[in-house]
Design a protein around this ligand. Structure first.
Ligand SMILES: [Zn+2]
Length: 261
């Protein structure tokens, strides 16, 4: 790991959660690899309620940070430790994403309680926090993911209103060029064939856990829905149209280049 002087925004408020454990490998000669950021929304009516839940011993959930809509940042778990935010999860062939990731809860009521735009102040502060974490842990641009990416079919957060394109401008995540607005449907659930085979292969290259066969399965549908929520937020229907196909293939190309700083 590159040695970078740790920096922390001075106005982070410590609000310790009891819900954490050591990352696997800590205490051995090998430093545990922390190379992924997973972004969430809180999905509760208020930030205060979310903070209480994430710090309650009974909830068995936590995250490293929570960013309030007014820009307040709380640190609940030391980022060197393992917080419990991702649950059953996988990405790019790796499971149990809590082992190697830093989890950030961005306050938003979410789809069940009135999903709304993320305020400017909140995103500005999130960008500040991500800048510190990227420098401190040397997180590559292609490893800033949504909870919905690592748990498709189960999770929708941080959702289609999350400003992924803006974050990618800061090298927190990657973004695709726009090739076409053609919305012609090429494939959908239940179909079989070479277009579906290419789609499954690309989704697997990007990181989704999916069989690289030629069937448009439930897993294909879930992964494609998660993909659209992140990279084609204008329309999320889990169907392969030409526009989605172009974006999938661009993101797959960028991911297959390997580490992007
Ligand atoms: Zn989440």
């Amino acid at each position: 790991m590159k040695v970078v002087e740790p920096q922390t925004p001075t106005d982070i408020i410590k609000r310790p959660s009891p819900n954490w454990n050591e990352r696997p490998g800590l205490g051995s000669d090998e430093h545990p690899l922390i190379d992924t950021i997973i972004l969430h929304y809180t999905g509760m009516p208020t930030g205060v309620e979310a903070l209480e839940r994430l710090c309650s011993v009974d909830s068995k959930v936590s995250a490293h940070y929570l960013v309030e809509e007014n820009g307040g940042i709380f640190e609940m778990v030391d980022p060197e430790k393992r917080a419990w935010h991702a649950g059953v999860s996988s990405w790019q062939g790796r499971e149990n994403m809590n082992d190697t990731s830093i989890g950030i809860e961005v306050v938003n009521p979410g789809h069940d309680h009135g999903y709304r735009s993320f305020p400017e102040r909140q995103i500005a502060r999130l960008i500040e926090l991500l800048g510190h974490l990227k420098a401190r842990f040397d997180i590559p641009a292609h490893r800033f993911m949504g909870h919905s990416d690592v748990a498709p079919g189960r999770k929708q957060d941080p959702g289609e209103l999350f400003p992924w394109a803006r974050l990618a401008d800061h090298r927190f995540g990657i973004w695709a060029r726009k090739y076409t607005n053609d919305a012609t449907i090429i494939a959908k659930k239940g179909m079989v064939g070479p277009d579906v085979a290419r789609l499954n292969k690309s989704l697997a290259t990007i990181g989704y856990t999916i069989l690289p066969d030629d069937r448009f399965s439930q897993e294909t549908f879930d992964a494609l829905t998660a993909f659209q929520r992140h990279w084609r937020p204008e329309k999320i229907d889990g169907q392969l149209d030409r526009n989605t196909q172009a974006i999938v293939s661009d993101i797959a190309d960028k991911m297959s280049l390997g580490k992007i700083d």
